[in-house]
Ligand binder design. Structure first.
Ligand code: IPE
Ligand code: IPE
Ligand code: MG
Length: 250
């Protein structure tokens, strides 16, 4: 069956802590199981032909969590990247990061850089992890870089348009997400891709992230495929093919 697949899928992977708490396990046990869900979703997205997969793994606000949880998450991240590198290369998946990378421990930064360098030539899918990421922080950094260009006389204020702003964000070069999935029943954005999600379809599921399986991904994609995106136009205009964006179908 051919269904319309989002070119860019973004996911807020939420509910690891609750998954563990329900089993009377430490929260980190939920994060461990969450990594298994990441593996399954990355693999399935690659198979389905999603071109960009962006996963919210650690927010700017998550720095405020207990130190042992933060440390455990950093350790998990290093082990995940080390264990996935060969597989990312075998599947031609390019790895990218968005967020305030400098705030991460030096060892994490080293592994992130190595993974990005080793996968830089891969072309089948771009896997982006949002780490130490907050959309407001990203916007502030983008505004500062544009302001510096203006102050240096290299850019006129009138030249700042959507493309310039998008190009100054961490996601420069990526299309905006077509679909945002959030697990664990919460219905909020939590400072994720505020600019980029302007016209994304939103999908929420009660499933906790460690329970989010290939099957659950297919359910979300089936709902997405039935949605009519209008981008501010009328249904009739969309039916006539006047929509500003072409959907990719596989
Ligand atoms: C999401 O799960 C993973 C991270 C934010 C790192 P949570 O850890 O937020 O899980 P809940 O929301 O407490 O259940
Ligand atoms: C959002 O989840 C961040 C990630 C999934 C990494 P949170 O659990 O941190 O968000 P809130 O606190 O419920 O809004
Ligand atoms: Mg949460």
């Amino acid at each position: 069956m051919r269904i319309r697949i989002p070119e860019h899928l973004a996911i807020i992977m939420d509910g690891n802590g609750r998954w563990a708490e329900r089993r009377h396990l430490p929260r980190i046990a939920g994060h461990h199981r969450g990594v298994e869900a990441v593996r399954e979703v990355v693999s399935e997205c690659r198979t389905l032909g999603v071109r960009y997969l962006t996963l919210y793994a650690f927010s700017s606000e998550n720095w405020g969590r207990p130190e042992d949880e933060v440390n455990a998450l950093m350790g998990l991240l290093i082990r995940y990247l080390a264990s996935e590198l060969d597989d990312l290369c075998a599947r031609s998946i390019r790895f990218r990061v968005i967020g305030e990378i400098e705030r991460l421990p030096a060892e994490v930064v080293r592994v992130l850089r190595e993974t990005m360098e080793r996968t830089a030539g891969n072309t089948s899918m771009v896997l982006t992890l949002a780490l130490s990421y907050g959309s407001r922080n990203e916007l502030i950094r983008a505004m500062r870089s544009l302001a510096r260009e203006v102050a240096a006389g290299r850019l006129a204020p009138e030249e700042i348009d959507e493309a310039r702003v998008a190009g100054a964000l961490d996601t420069a070069g990526m299309p905006d997400p077509d679909l945002l999935i959030r697990t664990s029943g919460e219905m909020r954005i939590s400072n994720f891709l505020l600019w980029q999600l302007a016209y994304a379809e939103l999908y929420y599921t009660e499933e906790l992230w460690p329970d989010f399986s290939r099957q659950k991904l297919h359910e979300a994609l089936a709902v997405f495929a039935r949605r009519q995106r209008r981008f501010g136009l009328t249904s009739a205009q969309i039916a006539e093919g006047d929509g500003p964006f072409e959907e990719n179908s596989h």
